[in-house]
Design a protein around this ligand. Structure first.
Ligand code: OGA
Ligand code: NI
Length: 336
């Protein structure tokens, strides 16, 4: 059966000026009702070019403890490369459906790689206003070019170059986060499986939506990853849950948004917080984002680092192989 893409639903909905009922959230989730309207606190911003190492560590640690999310500037990924990454991704999504479908996630695939639309309805039976493309970009042994667009032709070269930069930045951040826990700088990288850890690229494509007050892009969730490094386009939409409120994230051109995911929360025994976040959509403009999820490989067992637990600091999480953790979370099974 053909899977219906949100991009096509968007076209017909814009004409009709209404959206199918399965996209209309309950009042508990509708962004128009649940977005905080007072003065919005800014997500912390960390300048990675600051020569004062202690200042950088302190800022990253504080943001990861209090927010679980921060934006980094002067991060070393060339602005030009980010622009090219966005350009090739946008060009792919603007291809005719038949071309996009050549890299669709196969129906019988157990993996998430490929072009797709979340089929599974959520708890309340609602659908997300977003299509996506997933493919691993590192390590090279995990890359399956079958799911990398052939068009535009520069897609591969740009993503390969981005993979090198995003890995370097991720390792820098994991080093800082490790030192912030009083550990050696490679502790969290090793906790995620060292060089076996995988970098999963996702492109989110949120087409215009005639009722952005009622629909959501991705609903509230924490990432399964260790950390997620995300670059958005210029259309705002990311929201973060803190102190019982949904706050809009500020768009800072060329910044990289760093999310603390479930695995770093677990490795740090809860010192670092996995941020709850969601996205809204825009009435007239297409929003896109490029998160890269740094994840342990399937068999890697992740639990609190032994250096961080002791008699007066008992482990707060049970260790799980990443494949089991993911399965249990997605199927809402117990993680205790
Ligand atoms: C995600 C996500 C946020 C965004 O894909 O996991 O949270 O800004 N995306 O698109
Ligand atoms: Ni996310």
């Amino acid at each position: 059966m053909e899977i219906e893409r949100v991009q096509d639903i968007s076209s017909s909905s814009l004409l009709a000026e209404t959206i199918p009922s399965e996209f209309i959230r309950t009042e508990k989730e509708q962004p128009a009702i649940t977005t905080f309207k007072g003065p919005t606190p800014a997500i912390p911003v960390v300048d990675l070019s600051d020569p004062d190492e202690e200042t950088v560590i302190h800022a990253v640690v504080k943001a990861s403890e209090e927010w679980g999310i921060f934006q980094v500037v002067n991060h070393g990924i060339p602005t030009e490369l980010i622009k090219r990454l966005q350009e090739v991704g946008r060009k792919f999504f603007e291809l005719p459906s038949s071309e996009k479908e050549t890299v669709a996630k196969p129906e019988d695939s157990k993996d998430i790689e490929g072009y797709g639309t979340k089929l599974q309805k959520e708890v309340e039976g609602k659908k997300a206003w977003v299509d996506h493309l997933f493919h691993r970009i590192s390590p090279p042994s995990c890359v399956n070019y079958r799911f990398w667009p052939k068009n535009p032709p520069e897609y591969r070269e740009v993503n390969e170059e981005y993979a090198l930069h995003v890995k370097k930045l991720s390792e820098t951040l994991l080093g800082i986060l490790s030192e912030g826990l009083g550990l050696s700088s490679d502790a969290l990288k090793e906790g995620l499986g060292g060089e076996m850890a995988e970098y999963m690229m996702k492109i989110n494509y949120y087409p215009p939506c005639p009722r952005p007050d009622l629909a959501l892009g991705v609903p509230a969730h924490t990432d399964l990853s260790g950390i997620t490094l995300l670059v958005p386009n210029e259309v705002p939409g990311l929201q973060v849950f803190k102190d019982d409120h949904w706050f809009d994230a500020e768009y800072i051109p060329n910044a990289v948004i760093v999310h603390i995911g479930d695995q770093i929360q677990r490795l740090s025994n809860g010192r670092y917080k996995n941020v709850l976040h969601r996205t809204t959509v825009d009435k007239d403009r297409t929003r896109m984002s490029w998160p890269v999820f740094l994840e342990p490989h399937r068999e890697m067992i992740v639990g609190p680092l032994p250096e961080l637990t002791g008699d007066d600091n008992p482990p707060k999480f049970k260790p799980f192989a990443f494949k089991d953790y993911s399965y249990r979370k997605l199927n809402k099974l117990s993680l205790d």
